[in-house]
Every structure is written in structure tokens, then in C-alpha cells.
Design a protein around this ligand. Structure first.
Ligand code: SF4
Ligand code: SF4
Length: 102
């Protein structure tokens, strides 16, 4: 599972908006955090993080699931996880840009 060191995070959003395949990284206020119940520990965010703010750790034995043995079972498990822990709603669209001056 991934954790974010808030003192090193530059809040670029790469992990949350471009990398995490299960929407486990969320913006809470101005801080990115990992929803551990959603994180599958793939490590993609840690590789992509430009500031090295993300580290990975093994889950405690009692919290580990048996990994899916086929792609179909993986897809079903992912869907079940998403249903159990829905991603937060996307931010509202930005308003119309102000006309360029000059
Ligand atoms: S380790 Fe994978 S699943 Fe967990 S937060 Fe990072 S990208 Fe998402
Ligand atoms: S990729 Fe790294 S620096 Fe960017 S928001 Fe995620 S944890 Fe923070």
C-alpha cells in the first residue's frame, strides 16, 4: 500500500489524476492522501511521483486478500472494490476563461 509524505508532496496531482488505476489517491482540502482501502499496491504512483513523496509498504498479513488468479477475476475484484469504495465526484468544470487582454 502507498503512503504520501505530505512534507515532500508538491501537490502536482500526477498520482491522482494520471496514474492511479483505482482512484485511490484523493485530494482532501489541499493535501493528497491515499485511501488505503482502495489501494492495490501497484506502485505506479511511486514511480511517477516527481518528488519521491510516495512510499510503499506491505499490508499487515491480516489485511491481505488472495490475489485474483485470472484477468476476469481481477476485473471483478476491481469492480467490487470500486462499488464498495466509490471514487469522490470529479471537481466541477472550470468556468469560462476571461478574454485575453491586450
Ligand atoms: S500503489 Fe497503485 S493503487 Fe495504490 S495509490 Fe499508488 S497507483 Fe494507486
Ligand atoms: S505525484 Fe507526488 S508530488 Fe505529485 S501530488 Fe502525487 S504525491 Fe504529491
Amino acid at each position: 500500500m502507498a503512503t504520501i509524505d505530505g512534507t515532500r508532496c508538491s501537490a502536482c496531482g500526477v498520482c491522482a489524476e494520471e496514474r492511479c488505476p483505482v482512484d485511490a489517491v484523493v485530494l482532501e482540502g489541499a493535501v493528497y492522501t491515499v485511501k488505503l482501502e482502495r489501494c492495490i499496491g501497484c506502485g505506479v504512483c511511486a514511480i511517477a511521483c516527481p518528488t519521491g513523496a510516495i512510499s510503499l509498504a506491505r499490508r499487515p498479513e491480516a489485511e491481505r486478500d488472495e490475489p485474483p488468479r485470472t484477468l476476469m477475476r481481477w476485473g471483478l475484484a476491481r469492480a467490487a472494490c470500486r462499488n464498495a469504495h466509490p471514487a469522490p465526484p470529479p471537481p466541477p468544470p472550470a468556468g469560462p476563461e476571461s478574454p485575453a487582454s491586450g
